[in-house]
Design a protein around this ligand. Structure first.
Ligand SMILES: *[C@@H]1O[C@H](CO)[C@@H](O)[C@H](O)[C@H]1NC(C)=O
Ligand SMILES: *[C@@H]1O[C@H](CO)[C@@H](O)[C@H](O)[C@H]1NC(C)=O
Ligand SMILES: *[C@@H]1O[C@H](CO)[C@@H](O)[C@H](O)[C@H]1NC(C)=O
Ligand SMILES: *[C@@H]1O[C@H](CO)[C@@H](O)[C@H](O)[C@H]1NC(C)=O
Ligand SMILES: *[C@@H]1O[C@H](CO)[C@@H](O)[C@H](O)[C@H]1NC(C)=O
Ligand SMILES: *[C@@H]1O[C@H](CO)[C@@H](O)[C@H](O)[C@H]1NC(C)=O
Ligand SMILES: *[C@@H]1O[C@H](CO)[C@@H](O)[C@H](O)[C@H]1NC(C)=O
Length: 351
């Protein structure tokens, strides 16, 4: 045990030295977080399914090949950030760590009669603030529930749930000081430097901005209720502000207003929708207002036109007719045209 741990730390220090040498001043402002996620499904004592993923903010840096435990890079700028030899060192460290992890967990599961299959998850990482201080974190989960967390201030493991099993794993991890040292060195001591290096290489990806595309339409679930829907999609980064205006005044949160969570699209953009319940023909004017970093100080303002219920029905009928008569290609062309028109309309409303 001792020589291996020593070796591991030597590698680490070499690696960190190289990282420091290549360290550059980051010119991006804000708070940034690196997270490493591990999910291990223990099918039985001899078979573990392991998945690993690295993230900088919401950008997937790379994952672990579940068969070979080698790194697959998802961003072209991640591999060049380090010399080839350093990546080899990191891969070796990951392999040693996973072997030990699986061994320790299987041993504990057998001693405590833990039923198979079960899932163990780890999340470790760090956060760097604009004032160049950082906070590191490490959590362990068991069957989807919080299990243990690591306290960086005194390098101890804390129980998230107090069970025989969690106490046992806490004792094992506390004993296994190489793991704690690894967590500390990787995430506490060098977090600022690691993140600054990645910010430097991944600047374009982190600064990427995709403007939101917004559409407003209505649904009438009951004759006395009109649901105005503002659908906003295709934006990046994630923070956004979507509000309904009634006669130019922002509608405050209440039972009439229902805004969804921000959901991911497949192309690393996001979407959400905000629904406002109103009475039909209530004499007010309504508009959906969208603010996003990509728009600068401008806002998107998409008014709800009362008369557009009729066109919406008309379009629905047209779609039905087209589906019935036209080829798939024809429908696609039509949708594309609609999309272009809608986008053009929205651009008109940028104020
Ligand atoms: C363990 O699980 C794997 C995958 O489900 C299966 O192929 C293997 O036969 C199992 N081994 C034992 C000893 O049960
Ligand atoms: C740095 O910023 C973080 C987050 O805003 C804050 O919690 C921390 O106290 C700050 N540290 C210093 C030394 O200013
Ligand atoms: C983590 O870093 C902070 C700030 O540099 C330091 O105060 C703390 O002692 C470190 N924790 C460990 C466990 O090394
Ligand atoms: C470490 O810090 C945590 C939180 O401050 C505390 O609950 C725990 O008892 C401390 N552990 C030791 C060994 O000092
Ligand atoms: C913990 O283990 C002890 C003895 O091994 C047993 O008496 C006790 O019931 C267990 N507690 C729980 C919550 O499983
Ligand atoms: C912790 O280490 C000590 C000494 O190596 C050993 O006696 C003890 O059984 C270990 N405890 C656990 C829970 O692994
Ligand atoms: C908001 O919409 C969701 C999904 O349509 C629905 O499940 C939920 O009940 C709504 N909440 C309110 C307060 O209307």
């Amino acid at each position: 045990m001792q020589p291996r741990r020593c070796c591991l730390l030597l590698h680490l220090h070499l690696l960190l030295y190289l990282l420091l040498l290549s360290g550059t001043q980051a010119d991006l402002e804000g708070t940034f977080t690196i997270r490493l996620l591990q999910t291990s499904i223990f099918q039985n004592t001899s078979f573990v399914d392991t998945e690993g993923l690295g993230l900088l903010e919401d950008i997937e840096l790379g994952s672990l090949d579940k068969h070979t435990w080698t790194i697959r890079f998802y961003q072209p700028w991640v591999r060049p950030a380090l010399p080839r030899g350093d990546w080899d060192t990191i891969e070796n460290m990951i392999k040693i760590y996973l072997q030990k992890f699986n061994h320790l967990i299987n041993k504990g599961a057998m001693q405590k009669d833990v039923p198979y299959p079960f899932v163990a998850q780890c999340m470790a990482g760090c956060e760097v603030y604009p004032n160049r201080t950082s906070r590191a974190f490490a959590y362990v989960g068991y069957n989807g529930q919080d299990f243990l967390s690591f306290n960086m201030d005194n390098a101890t493991w804390l129980l998230s749930q107090d069970t025989n099993l969690s106490q046992y794993v806490q004792a094992v991890l506390q004993n296994y000081t190489a793991f704690s040292e690894l967590v500390e060195v990787l995430f506490n001591d060098t977090c600022v430097d690691d993140i600054e290096m990645l910010l430097h290489y991944g600047k374009a990806a982190l600064e990427r901005q995709e403007p939101p595309v917004a559409t407003v339409f209505a649904r009438m679930p009951k004759p006395d209720q009109l649901l105005l829907v503002c659908r906003v999609t295709g934006f990046y980064p994630r923070p956004i502000s979507v509000a309904w205006l009634q006669d130019g005044q922002e509608v405050l949160p209440g039972p009439a207003l229902n805004t969804s969570a921000i959901l991911p699209n497949a192309d690393l953009t996001y979407q959400l929708r905000s629904i406002l319940a109103v009475a039909p023909h209530d004499g007010h004017s309504y508009a959906c207002r969208v603010r996003h970093r990509s728009l600068g100080t401008r806002s998107l303002l998409i008014p709800w036109e009362n008369h557009s219920i009729a066109p919406t029905v008309g379009i629905a009928i047209a779609v039905l007719l087209l589906v019935a008569t036209a080829s798939a290609g024809g429908v696609w062309w039509w949708k594309r045209r609609k999309g272009e028109e809608a986008t053009w309309e929205i651009q008109e409303f940028i104020i």
